[in-house]
Each structure stands twice: as structure tokens, then as C-alpha cells.
Design a protein around this ligand. Structure first.
Ligand code: PLP
Length: 393
């Protein structure tokens, strides 16, 4: 066999993509599978954004752009941070990449050394720990559960941080739990972080615009401006504008960190796709009303699914405050069905009910399941009926 690097052997393929692939396989065999595994809006990218891309193609904007994004996109990003988040950045402090995922990758590669630690609250987005491992660094997770609202306490943060810590990743609204940190909670975390000046903070705000509850969005820089010079703010158009396939994410942060990320990008992918950049400018400059119907649909689906889940025997589910996921506890259901764990439950549900959910262990939280409600109501109703039948039987 050909030798593969230790580096690549340290990581796993993305489990959420794996469930989606298995569901697609069953569908191909003729099974009527309802996929609630994927982390993407079911909506088509809104028309004005598609139109901007078509115009860009016909205008010949099909060539290399600056590595870190066209000037007009970087300007639109700065403007977005100013109007949405009351944060001031210059174009040298922002970068556009091929998705938020590349932003995380670039940041971690730019920052972490072998032996460094990155603190990651669990349940976490599946890619964080593996991206950290690829850099030869160590992910350190902080466990939370539904009784804590899936949020870390200042005490937990204090315990997790140490000499080797170089990065903390915060993600609110959260994938996979839908939890949203309040301004007060972020202030308390900032208080702890002040004692660890060597720690860079990544605030992953990619679900910022998908708020389901009453809370207004705040990130840690909003409540602790003194942390701005060591915080990288990540955002993107994938989730907010139903643009997952276009691959545009972006970040703002300290000039030297952004420059390092740009250097890495110059030796890997170069600029994100030029046409997508033009579409992203249109998205960022669009009327806020453009995405309102999608957010409304997510709210309606959330309310239906969270109530339906709580009616299932042996299942309990906290309401989500943002994003388009629910993260119900299936610990009792796993026991009642005589199954080993959440991974066997995922297989069981796929085979017996033709419903695809992602096991919580993929997110560092065994016993839970992640359900994406970014799909139409009819599929959600059918899925809930099917789960009800399996769990009652
Ligand atoms: N951050 C979180 C928490 C996510 O859930 C995702 C997508 O699943 C991303 C970042 C990256 O999204 P993209 O690379 O499509 O911009």
C-alpha cells in the first residue's frame, strides 16, 4: 500500500457529510429517505444574488482576483461589520475565503504550533477539532449538556485554559445545539479571558442572521471591545443567504493575523471564485427583507419540530434560539430500544424509519442526535410520524 501522511491519518472525514452520503445511497436504491442530516438551507439562493452572478459572468469577471478578495467585496464586508455589528475594520483587517471552513483552516494554520491547545466548547461543529489536529495541535473540549443550555460557564472556561492554550472557539448561534450566548454570559467569559492574554478568540458568527427567539445578536467583541485586538470574527454568506455551494466566507481581525491567513491562502487556493465574490457583494448589500421569509420559515419549522420531538416517548428537546438545528436528548430512547449508542441509533433510524439524523457523538456529545429542520414542513411532518412509530414500537 502507498504510505499516507500521519497528518491525514489523524483526522476523520466529516461525519455529517457521511450521513448525507449514506442517505443518498439508500435513496438511489429506491428508499424514500428523509434527510435531516445536512447543514444547509433548502432554499434556492435569492434571485437578485443569482442575477449578480450572471451579470458578472457576462461582464467577463472570470479572472483571478486579489488573493484575499476583490476590493469591492472587502469594502462590502467592512460595511456589513459596521452596520450589522457596530464593528470598525479597515480592508487590511478583512479577508474573503472559500467558505467559512477555509477561514477556520487558515486561522488555525496561521496560529497553532505542535503542542498548542485550542479550547472548544462541546457540542461543537465537527470540523473544529479535526482542523486543529491537522495543525498538530491539541483540541481541548469543554463539555456542556442540555441542562446547562449547552453553554459553558466562566468556571469551566477557567479550568480549561492553561499555559498551552492559544485559541478559544466560540460559536453562537451554535451548530449543532442552536444555543445563543447572551451579552451577560459573554461578558463573564471575557472576564476570564482577560487573564489569558496569549489566547486568540475565534467567534464563529455564521448563523448570526438566523435567530429564532427574542435575543438580539451579540458577539464577544461587542461586549468586550478590549478583546478586539485578539479576536477573529468569522462570518459568511452560506447559511444566511442560502449560498452553501458558492463557497464564500470571510473574517475580520488583527492585521497581522489576517495577513498570515492571506499568505497561506496565496499558497493554497488563491482567491475564492470570482463569480461567487460578485454574488456575495450583492448578498451583503441586499435589503434585509430578502432573507426574512427564510428566517420566518425556519421559525415555523423549529416550533413544529421541537414540540413534536418533546411528544415522542423517551425524548426531550430544548428549544433552539438560532441556526436551523435541534439537538434532542435520546439517552433514554437508546436504552428503551436496547441499542448500544447514538451511532447505532442513527443506523437504526435510517434503516427502520428512513430518517437520517446525525449522532451526537460526532459533535462530542454522545446520546444526543442532531436534527436539521432546513427542509420543507411536509418532510418534517412525515419524519416525525416515522420517528413516533419507531419509538412507540
Ligand atoms: N461554522 C459553522 C458553525 C458551520 O456550521 C459551518 C457550516 O456547516 C461553517 C462554519 C462553514 O460554512 P461554509 O464553509 O459553508 O461557509
Amino acid at each position: 500500500a502507498l504510505r499516507l501522511s500521519n497528518r491525514v491519518q489523524r483526522i476523520q472525514p466529516s461525519p455529517t457529510l457521511a450521513v448525507t452520503a449514506r442517505a443518498a445511497e439508500l435513496r438511489e436504491q429506491g428508499h424514500d429517505v428523509i434527510g435531516l442530516g445536512a447543514g444547509e438551507p433548502d432554499f434556492t439562493t435569492p434571485e437578485p444574488i443569482r442575477a449578480a452572478a450572471k451579470t458578472a459572468i457576462d461582464a467577463g469577471h472570470t479572472k483571478y482576483t486579489p488573493v484575499d478578495g476583490m476590493a469591492s467585496l472587502k469594502k462590502a464586508i467592512c460595511e456589513k461589520f459596521r452596520t450589522d455589528n457596530a464593528l470598525e475594520y479597515t480592508p487590511e483587517e478583512v479577508i474573503a475565503s472559500s467558505g467559512g471552513k477555509q477561514v477556520v483552516f487558515n486561522l488555525v494554520q496561521a496560529l497553532l504550533e505542535e503542542g498548542d491547545e485550542a479550547v472548544i466548547p462541546a457540542p461543537y461543529w465537527v470540523s473544529y477539532p479535526d482542523i486543529v489536529k491537522l495543525a498538530g495541535a491539541q483540541p481541548v473540549s469543554i463539555e456542556t449538556d442540555d441542562t446547562a443550555g449547552f453553554k459553558i460557564s466562566p468556571q469551566q472556561l477557567e479550568e480549561a485554559l492553561g499555559e498551552r492554550s492559544r485559541l478559544l472557539i466560540l460559536n453562537s448561534p451554535s451548530n449543532p445545539t442552536g444555543a445563543v450566548y447572551s451579552a451577560e454570559e459573554l461578558k463573564d467569559l471575557a472576564e476570564v479571558l482577560r487573564q489569558y492574554p496569549q489566547v486568540v478568540i475565534l467567534t464563529d458568527d455564521i448563523y448570526e442572521k438566523i435567530l429564532l427567539g427574542e435575543k438580539t445578536f451579540r458577539n464577544i467583541v461587542n461586549v468586550a471591545p478590549d478583546l478586539k485586538d485578539r479576536t477573529v470574527v468569522l462570518n459568511g454568506v452560506s447559511k444566511a443567504y442560502a449560498m452553501t455551494g458558492w463557497r464564500i466566507g470571510y473574517a475580520a481581525g488583527p492585521r497581522e493575523v489576517i495577513a498570515a491567513m492571506k499568505k497561506l491562502q496565496s499558497q493554497s487556493t488563491s482567491n475564492p471564485a470570482s463569480i461567487s465574490q460578485h454574488a456575495a457583494v450583492a448578498a451583503l448589500q441586499s435589503d434585509p427583507d430578502l432573507i426574512r421569509p427564510m428566517v420566518e420559515a425556519f421559525r415555523e419549522r423549529h416550533d413544529y419540530v421541537s414540540e413534536a420531538l418533546n411528544r415522542l416517548p423517551h425524548v426531550s428537546c430544548r428549544r433552539a434560539e438560532g441556526a436551523f438545528y435541534l439537538f434532542p436528548a435520546f439517552h433514554d430512547a437508546i436504552e428503551a430500544l436496547g441499542l448500544a449508542d447514538d451511532v447505532s441509533l442513527a443506523t437504526h433510524l435510517l434503516d427502520q424509519a428512513q430518517v437520517a439524523l446525525v449522532p451526537g457523538s460526532a459533535f462530542g456529545a454522545p446520546g444526543y442526535m442532531r436534527l436539521s429542520f432546513a427542509t420543507d414542513m411536509e418532510s418534517l411532518r412525515t419524519a416525525m410520524d416515522r420517528l413516533g412509530r419507531i419509538l412507540a414500537g
